[in-house]
Design a protein. Structure first.
Ligand code: AMP
Length: 196
């Protein structure tokens, strides 16, 4: 079994995954891997992957599993992931769960925990409204945000049951100051014997 900590962060858009991913990445000295960030960078640089992903992202839909799974295989095979990693925004579909399961099995390793950040839709819509102003993300337009929440409810929320059945889910209240939420996560991980 490989050393290191392997964490998934799951939760609706606007729950604060990106922010908490950075906190945990630094606490555990593991890379935080956000498929959304990787796609956005590819869109910015107009790479072939970015050109394929852009229309799905702008509409608030998931990028097709085949593209996303290939991307994550490449990223997780990088040397910096050997000692653990945190995934933010992946997996998002049952097909991606299967892909990740296969990857981990092939590498003789497994997930330690799935951190579920819980936040009510009205609150995340308001947070994303602010982010649209601050960061200018085209998929933070309100209609697109509502659609992304529906996509989350339909395609991603069911994954929580899948991982719960494996005893991996720590559900954390995502509302509060950044440091407060980080502390809640750290406490929940500690209770499971997961420490930096
Ligand atoms: P995020 O930054 O996680 O909110 O992702 C922004 C957008 O990138 C999503 O709305 C999707 O279009 C795309 N995306 C990110 N991660 C995935 C994934 N695991 N599967 C499919 N599409 C994704």
């Amino acid at each position: 079994m490989a050393e290191g900590t392997r964490i998934l962060l799951i939760g609706p858009p606007g729950a604060g995954k990106g922010t908490q991913a950075l906190e945990l990445s630094s606490a555990f000295s593991i890379p935080a891997i956000s498929t959304g960030d990787i796609f956005r960078e590819n869109v910015r640089n107009a790479t072939p992957l970015g050109l394929q992903a852009k229309s799905f992202m702008d509409a608030g839909n998931n990028v097709p599993d085949s593209l996303t799974n290939d991307l994550i295989t490449d990223r997780l095979a990088s040397p910096d992931c050997v000692g653990g990693f945190l995934l933010d925004g992946y997996p998002r579909t049952t097909d991606q769960v299967r892909h990740l399961d296969d990857f981990l099995a092939d590498h003789h390793t497994k997930l330690d925990v799935v951190v579920q950040l819980v936040a009510e839709p009205d609150i995340v819509v308001e947070r994303l409204r602010k982010r649209a102003v601050d960061q200018g993300r085209t998929d933070d337009d309100e209609a697109v945000v509502r659609h992304r929440l529906d996509v989350y409810a339909e395609q991603t929320a069911p994954l929580i049951d899948v991982y719960s059945a494996r005893g991996l889910v720590a559900a954390i209240d995502g509302i509060g100051d950044i440091s407060e939420v980080t502390q809640r996560i750290t406490d929940a991980l500690h209770a499971r014997g997961i420490t930096p």
